[in-house]
Design a protein around this ligand. Structure first.
Ligand SMILES: [Zn+2]
Ligand SMILES: [Zn+2]
Length: 374
């Protein structure tokens, strides 16, 4: 018994590691999520760097990576004020990286968005303005003028890595009065809850408190393949945007309306009203009918998304072949038996979705329904 316990324990402990890196992606490295009933689920990275600020690659490499990841949209967001390669790669124009990336993307179905990272010390910190028309006028002495210019160009601005330990030694995201004033004026509309390899519960709290759009980005400087261990099944953090159409205008409208979820490791972070429809579209319940003349029902949940789901049964019914937890790998189906106590023609199962976060420590509940084959 001890040995079995040990083996079981070892398997259980190894689960989080497996969950992060041993994904079997049916579509290879392409990041895929199903559309919801109402919206397209677009995969977007709104924060990247190239040699035109402090990144290590030419902008065309960023476009190639985005194609490999199957992204729908990529924003080019070089630091405006921080230009460590300027002596080696002199350029008079803060739009150069965007121009090269847009030309590389050409007529492909990758949408490339013009952006910039306003790069300041606190109280302003770093922020990305995207959907701008011209990055150069954002280069201002006064940070307030940069935000105002981005707004006047019709840009959407979000706060970057508010939990960054270079500016917050305790890793706790906070907003300064100056940032709150910009939010008040509508010149900041979002906040990174996920940046590169970090997740911030406090940023999520701020997003909910001030009605900011939840953003997850890679902020990639080196290579996506190395930073996120793509060969071992990893993926870059992204923002899933729930848009009416796959156009720049539609993506911006969704960001301004807050219709997003961040996808990081196996975790989906979003406001419940937007992330729950994605869960419902990702997990498909079906039933193969009752076992013989019993009231034990065989059902299957198919996960048609890239996220590894962990769900906890909170239904009226208990399971016949396991306890209350289900681990459902991406693009896999899990079958199990449910004791319904009487023979039914349909079934509804409720789960707490543990890999989805709607507020710090809060996991939403989803109800999955199916008719029963008689
Ligand atoms: Zn930054
Ligand atoms: Zn950055």
């Amino acid at each position: 018994m001890k040995r079995i316990l040990f083996v079981a324990l070892a398997w259980f402990i190894s689960l989080p590691v497996l969950a992060q890196h041993d994904h079997e992606h049916a579509g290879g490295r392409v990041i895929t999520f199903p559309d919801t009933d109402q919206y397209l689920s677009l995969t977007c990275d709104f924060h990247i760097h190239s040699v035109f600020s402090d990144g290590s690659v030419w902008p065309s490499v960023r476009v190639d990576e985005a194609h490999r990841d199957g992204l729908d949209c990529l924003a080019i967001t070089e630091h405006l004020e921080y230009q460590p390669h300027i002596d080696d790669i002199p350029h008079p124009d803060r739009n150069r990286a965007y121009d090269i990336a847009a030309r590389t993307a050409g007529e492909s179905d990758l949408i490339v968005i013009r952006g910039s990272e306003i790069t300041r010390s606190l109280p302003y910190g770093h922020a990305n303005s995207i959907f701008i028309q011209d990055a150069n006028p954002l280069l201002q002495d006064d940070a307030e003028d940069a935000y105002a210019e981005a707004a006047s160009q019709g840009g959407f601005t979000f706060i970057n890595h508010p939990n960054w330990t270079s500016q917050r030694k305790d890793g706790i995201a906070r907003l300064e009065p100056e940032q709150l004033a910009l939010i008040e004026r509508g010149e900041i509309g979002g906040i990174e809850v996920v940046n590169d390899l970090t997740f911030s519960d406090e940023a999520l709290e701020l997003a909910l408190k001030y009605d900011l759009t939840i953003i997850g980005t890679s902020d990639i400087h080196g290579l996506v393949d190395w930073q996120y261990e793509i060969a071992d099944g990893g993926h870059r953090p992204i923002t899933i945007v729930f848009a009416e159409e796959k156009t720049q205008e539609s993506i911006q409208a969704a960001l301004e309306a807050g219709r997003t979820a961040a996808y990081y490791l196996d975790t989906l972070v979003g406001k419940e009203e937007y992330v729950l429809p994605l869960v419902e579209a990702s997990l498909l319940l079906s039933s193969q009918g009752y076992i013989g003349d019993t009231t034990v029902l065989n059902v299957t949940i198919e996960n048609v998304s890239d996220a590894w789901f962990t769900v906890k049964n909170v239904s009226d019914y208990r399971f016949h072949d396991r306890a209350d937890l289900l681990s459902i790998p991406p693009h896999h189906a899990v079958s199990f038996d449910v004791k319904t106590l009487e023979r039914r023609t349909d079934i509804s199962l409720s789960f707490d979705v543990l890999n989805v976060v709607t507020a710090p420590g809060v996991h939403p509940q989803v109800a999955l329904r199916a008719t029963i084959e008689q």
